[in-house]
Design a protein around this ligand. Structure first.
Ligand SMILES: Nc1ncnc2c1ncn2[C@@H]1O[C@H](COP(=O)(O)OP(=O)(O)OP(=O)(O)O)[C@@H](O)[C@H]1O
Length: 804
């Protein structure tokens, strides 16, 4: 029998061999390139571009063009990589290492390069970006925040510009023309969030030239790919519009739950992040709201508000899950430690937190467009990524994105020492130990980066350090204005930096003079995160490029993760060892291992959530693609839309006639209803009567109505004698009908998704329920769109001034 592990090892050996081979070819050009003058090196860009154009020009259709393109890119890879490499040496003063060439080859191949933290992924990307940008079809370099987009575009942009390529940065809320220019560049830097929103917004415009992405989604290279493709993929991107007012119930429910007593009236489930009332609590609710029976009242709105108020008050913690800033409740992204601007918890939970914090309660918005990151990135022709931490999520990346994770060896041996975790019985003992170590290291002058789990604990630690007279900087979501400066100083002699996991990713901490001799950067963490990848990113701030450094995690039995998972087992070990004094510490691989198995369980849960989100979005995806394609057809039409509009009219007529002529005998038919419909939707009321329909069969009625509609169309055509005006009018009518009903549909689906879980009781599979209902609703929506488009067009009064 084949040994699966053996096979994996063989596979990765084979891959590395192939990559080494490519690196040999690239390196073989090194001398030739370094002998070229600047002008000669720069001339390589148009040379490659012509070669690509020639290869693609021979192909006769789109499929063949795509194939020809990827073939020619593979052919010129060694030379083009060598050009970018020599360019980097001259422009940036950095000469890509062999392992970086290998990483770039992985990216070009549409896979995920796992390169240890600090190995220089930014420089690695340049070779793959240069090669793929030569085709002029666009390369999107995707980063986790605007700061990194701007920084990388600025720094690496020097190289690309020098090589004759254009670079654009697509920042947050730039005006449309700036965004369009950024997307039209050969290389575009952007966050995933901005690309997602631009994509959705582009599908809400009314004119082709309003779109900001004028080209399709060609090649995306994703930095910190695990963060983007995995962590952010748990929540879909939603564009929402104004909703329908704020319910008074938020404030009342909040006042009520604040009267409750823990464990008596309610019980908190930390793991599921929910809180349930006990019978005691339910009784109190009935008294408070003056009801006989809270649940029998059929008042699901009230119970829903109470549920959300419970979660808001007891599961969501200020300065941990969110911060209150400028009178608003802002969520903190738990994997990046940054504020997620613009995102709100759904289903009234955000409003419940606003009530809890006493800030203005904002309206519940209506969802108008949505997509998951999974489905967004799967639309790219080629997708690639790089990160220091992906191997743990290899299966998911393969299954969902069709990417292999390929681990690239480090350039130099890693010198960083990762010590086993230290576990303390209480939070207090833990912090004492942390501070003691900080003081020791600080006395020597060794720079220290301290990672904390929340804004709250970063502030707590800062207070303790202040009391001990240890000078330090704090970097968290509330205090991020000086981010670049704090990071630039963090590796200097004597620096102490307290940070949330904001500093855990993408930050490059350079060691100051004399710091290597002191042992490099010390990374100390005061707790472990849910995900091992986040912990490893934090460790990776030390020991970059073969630097000295170490990492040490401090845990206590009172930590969140410990309470939620696994603390019981560890407590048993603890008791068996008979260690209950305050200052005891366990330093044991066993502890590290059981913490890691708790993390694995959480990661598994999170994977299930993401799969679930994706399964639901897949239902919407087909509908979304269909609607967007329809919209594109309408928007891009340049002559007349009668070929779209008239079939809509015909289907509308058929639907109504079929519905009103269900009976076998014509005597049972509702001819009067058909006449009312025709008078309201198709023609003037006087142009149709029951008498005209009598004696006709079903098809006869349909034909008669269709003829009337066609006649009406011709009349309108006569009134709007300029075909361009007619086209414009048709566009407006169709797009308005689509957008109105499509956004209603999206909003309804969103609510359905949130509500369908509740139906799990009746032994129905919620996903199948959702699929069925989504399908039925979609068909109804199409009928509504066509009905509305028909009515608006046919009943429109065209006045003289329209012709002016
Ligand atoms: N070929 C090279 N020669 C010299 N220095 C290099 C080279 N490549 C990268 N570096 C330096 O290594 C440091 C780390 O690079 P970078 O920040 O891109 O790492 P990274 O892999 O993105 O790390 P992380 O995973 O933590 O984000 C930078 O200071 C960069 O200038």
């Amino acid at each position: 029998m084949a040994n699966p592990i053996r096979k994996l090892v063989d596979n990765s050996k084979k891959q590395l061999k192939k990559l080494n081979n490519i690196a040999d070819q690239v390196e073989s050009y090194a001398d030739e390139m370094s002998a070229l003058t600047d002008a000669q090196l720069q001339a390589k860009t148009p040379f490659f571009q012509e070669k690509i154009a020639a290869a693609v020009a021979e192909a006769t259709d789109k499929d063949k063009r795509n194939k020809a393109l990827s073939k020619v890119l593979d052919e010129i890879l060694p030379e083009a990589f060598a050009v970018a490499r020599e360019g980097a040496k001259r422009v940036l003063g950095l000469y890509p290492f062999r392992v970086q060439i290998m990483g770039a080859a992985v990216l070009h191949g549409g896979n995920l390069a796992e390169m240890r933290t600090g190995e220089g992924k930014t420089l690695t990307a340049t070779m793959a970006v240069y090669l793929n940008a030569l085709s002029g079809r666009g390369v999107h370099v995707v980063t986790v925040n605007d700061y990194l987009s701007a920084r990388d575009a600025e720094q690496m942009g020097q190289l690309y510009n020098w090589l004759g390529l254009t670079v654009g940065v697509n920042v947050g809320d730039a005006p449309a023309d700036e965004k369009r220019a950024a997307y039209n560049a050969d290389i575009t830097y952007s966050t995933n969030f901005n690309i997602g929103f631009d994509y959705l917004r582009d599908n809400m415009v009314h004119r082709a030239d309003e779109r900001v992405m004028q080209r399709g989604l060609n090649f995306a290279l994703i930095d910190e790919a695990d963060s983007i493709l995995i962590d952010t993929a748990r929540t879909p991107l939603i564009i929402s519009g104004p909703g329908s007012g704020v319910s008074q119930l938020y404030a009342r429910a909040d006042r009520f739950v604040k009267t409750l007593v823990r464990d008596e009236d309610y019980k908190i489930d930390e793991e599921a992040k929910t809180t349930m009332m006990t019978n005691e609590g339910i009784h109190k609710a009935e008294v408070f709201f003056n009801l006989d029976n809270l649940y029998a009242a059929g008042d699901t709105a009230l119970t829903h508000h109470i549920d959300q108020a419970l979660r808001a008050n007891f599961n969501y913690i200020n300065d941990k899950d969110y911060v209150v800033q400028d009178g608003e409740v802002k969520l903190i992204d738990q994997s990046t430690g940054r504020i997620s601007e613009g995102t709100r918890l759904s289903d009234g939970l955000h409003q419940a937190i606003e009530a809890k914090e006493g800030v203005e309660i904002q309206e519940e918005n209506k969802s108008m467009a949505q997509i998951t990151y999974q489905n967004l990135f799967r639309m790219y022709k080629k997708l690639s990524g790089m990160t220091g931490t992906a191997k743990t999520e290899e299966e998911e990346l393969r299954e969902i994105y069709n990417m292999e994770v390929i681990t690239i060896p480090t350039n130099r041996p890693v010198k960083r020492v990762d010590y086993p975790d230290l576990l303390y019985p209480s939070m207090r003992a833990k912090y004492n130990a942390v501070v003691k170590l900080i003081q020791e290291l600080h006395a020597k002058g060794q720079p220290i980066l301290i990672g904390t789990g929340s804004v709250e604990s970063s502030e707590l630690l800062s207070k303790i350090l202040m009391a001990q007279n240890v000078p330090h900087n704090v970097l968290n979501a509330k205090n991020n204005a000086k981010e670049a400066e704090i990071i630039a100083n963090a590796g200097q002699r004597g620096a102490v930096t307290v940070a949330t996991n904001m500093a855990g990713r993408g930050t490059d901490i350079k060691l100051g003079p004399g710091v290597s001799e002191l042992g490099g950067l010390a990374v100390i963490a005061t707790e472990r995160h849910e995900s091992r990848r986040i912990d490893n990113q934090l460790r990776g701030r030390a020991g970059r490029q073969g630097d000295e450094g170490f990492s040490q995690f401090f845990l206590s039995l009172e930590d969140d993760l410990m309470i939620r998972f696994g603390a019981e087992r560890i407590r048993l070990i603890w008791e068996r060892m008979n260690l209950d004094e305050e200052e005891t510490v366990i330093k044991n691989r066993l502890i590290t291992r059981s913490v890691e198995s708790a993390q694995k369980r959480v990661e598994g849960n999170n994977y299930d959530t993401r799969k679930n989100v994706l399964q639901y979005d897949d239902v919407v995806r087909e509908q979304r693609e269909l609607m967007y394609r329809q919209r594109d057809i309408v928007i891009d039409e340049t002559k007349s839309l009668d070929w779209v509009l008239m079939p809509m009219v015909e289907r509308t007529i058929n639907r109504v006639v079929d519905a009103q002529t269900k009976g076998k005998k014509p005597a049972e038919w509702h001819l009067d209803q058909i006449v009312t419909f025709a008078g309201n939707v198709l023609v003037n009321e006087n142009d149709i009567s029951v008498a005209q329909l009598k004696g006709l069969d079903r098809d006869g009625i349909k034909a008669l109505l269709l003829n009337l509609a066609k006649e009406n169309y011709r009349v309108k055509q006569g009134q709007l004698y300029d075909p361009a005006q007619m086209l414009e009018f048709e566009k407006v009518v169709i797009l308005r009908a689509i957008d109105q009903h499509w956004t209603d549909h999206i909003d309804a689906l969103d609510r359905l998704r949130q509500g369908v879980g509740l139906r799990g009781y009746g032994q129905l599979n919620p996903l199948i329920e959702y699929q069925n209902e989504a399908f039925d609703n979609f068909n109804k929506m199409i009928a509504d769109v066509e009905y509305d488009a028909t009515r608006t067009f046919m009943k429109a009064e065209i006045r003289q001034n329209l012709q002016a």
